[in-house]
Design a protein around this ligand. Structure first.
Ligand SMILES: Nc1nc2c(ncn2[C@@H]2O[C@H](COP(=O)(O)OP(=O)(O)OP(=O)(O)O)[C@@H](O)[C@H]2O)c(=O)[nH]1
Length: 399
């Protein structure tokens, strides 16, 4: 989540800068190079996409492997046939295990990545094993094996892997090809060098496909989950966040005390007047500046979202109701003091009203939001530019 927040809080509305497109592309290369900078939210979406590919490609491998055993029966000497058939049985069992691992790892990012690695490593290991057991001079009897490293490198382009992940897999496949060539005697012959050149070229194509596939996935993810004006999470992403948070609280702390979480719902006071007196473009600037203030007053693990229009929601993780009130008050003051510029860089006075609610252990995310909304309207009714708590809490619950 932290990186997404960093992205969300980067100047979203500044005028196009020279070199902006270049820096956007460099960010994209950084994000497709390794998953180190991926937000947790994107990592979940990415893992789901990867999982679907693992299930599809795994199924193809599971079907192809026994079919190819028929070619072994025709081509291989009797003394090698038993071993390769046993190897194929292990391969099949491994592939079925990999499919099951992916199928039952819906939310587990690490396990999904492991299943993708297994899908590539298992056929490679099988080929290496056959090569090791092959009696000298029998290499030419292996039909349909030499293409395994090529098939696996081509398959890399089907998965939205990072460049580092694909490169690691590609190096293993190059090693496998070199090993196969030392076994069949083609190492450093024109035919062998041609094979190496072909595999390297295929790897470069797959890496390029990985880069474009992953950056497209990121762009689509960002468009689907972020508000284009402020760069904050949108309402749909907030809802997913809240649902995940409730699931996480129950899963991680079943039986024990759940960690405190709270929601703040805030609305810019008399925003219509700002639009009416300064125009919509100043209204838009106020919204983006307001989003910046919210981001600057919260931690990376909190989720800041534009709920709609001039309404915003902050989801505070590991924050009791007192801390939630402190954060809300800090935001209210920061907004009041912030310089919101009009067309002439003159200050537009802006204030906000905030409703605060604790997220109950057994309630749905919508219920907590409804209580925060009711508190917000209490703050509006009481005169605006103030923080109001959840009416269901006694005043003594707050300092
Ligand atoms: N500039 C701009 N205005 C927006 C955007 N989304 C909603 N608005 C405007 O926000 C205003 C919201 O007005 P109201 O719901 O009446 O609320 P308000 O004027 O803030 O009054 P209170 O909430 O009662 O303090 C409307 O005029 C909308 O047109 C946007 O993306 N940009």
């Amino acid at each position: 989540m932290s990186e997404e927040r960093r992205q969300s809080t980067s100047p979203p509305l500044s005028a196009p800068r020279a070199g902006g497109e270049l820096s956007a592309n460099l960010t994209s290369i950084r994000d497709t190079f390794s998953s180190r900078h991926h937000s947790l939210d994107f990592a979940y979406s990415h893992a789901q996409y990867l999982r679907n590919r693992v299930l599809a490609v795994g199924l193809i491998f599971v079907l192809l492997s026994p079919l190819w055993a028929l070619v072994d029966v025709v081509m291989l000497p009797r003394e090698l046939l038993g071993t390769t058939l046993a190897g194929r049985a292990f391969l099949m069992a491994g592939l079925v295990g990999t499919l099951l691992l992916a199928k039952f790892s819906r939310e587990k990012i690490g396990r999904i990545r492991l299943s993708a690695s297994l899908l590539l490593v298992l056929p490679a290991a099988f080929y290496a094993m056959v090569l090791m057991l092959l009696p000298p001079g029998e290499a030419e009897r292996l039909a349909g094996y030499a293409f395994i490293p090529f098939l696996l490198v081509a398959a890399l382009s089907i998965f939205p892997l990072t460049i580092v992940e694909s490169l690691a897999a590609g190096i293993v496949m190059l090693w496998l090809l070199v090993y196969a060539q030392t076994v069949d005697g083609s190492w450093f012959t024109p035919a062998g060098l041609e094979g190496l050149w072909l595999l390297t070229s295929l790897l470069v194509v797959s890496l390029t496909a990985n880069h474009f596939q992953l950056s497209l996935l990121m762009r689509v993810y960002r468009q689907a989950t972020h508000d284009p004006l402020t760069g904050l999470f949108n309402r749909g992403a907030l809802k997913l966040h809240l649902d995940k948070l409730q699931a996480w609280r129950r899963e991680e702390h079943s039986g024990g005390q759940l960690p405190d979480c709270a929601v703040l719902m805030m609305d810019i006071d008399h925003f219509k007047r700002i639009n009416d007196s300064h125009g919509h473009s100043v209204g838009d600037t106020v919204l983006t500046e307001f989003a910046r203030v919210l981001a600057s007053q919260t931690r990376a693990e909190d989720c800041v979202a534009r709920y709609g229009g001039e309404e915003f929601v902050i989801l505070l993780v590991n924050a009791d109701i007192h801390r939630a009130h402190d954060v809300a008050e800090r935001i209210r003051q920061a907004v009041e003091q912030h310089h919101f510029p009009d067309h002439n860089h003159q200050r537009v006075p802006v204030t906000t009203s905030v409703g605060v609610a604790r997220i109950g252990d057994d309630e749905t995310a919508e219920e907590a939001l409804e209580r925060a909304d009711a508190a917000l309207y209490g703050a509006k009714d009481a005169g605006r530019n103030r923080v109001m708590g959840d009416a269901s809490l006694p005043p003594s619950a707050l300092r």
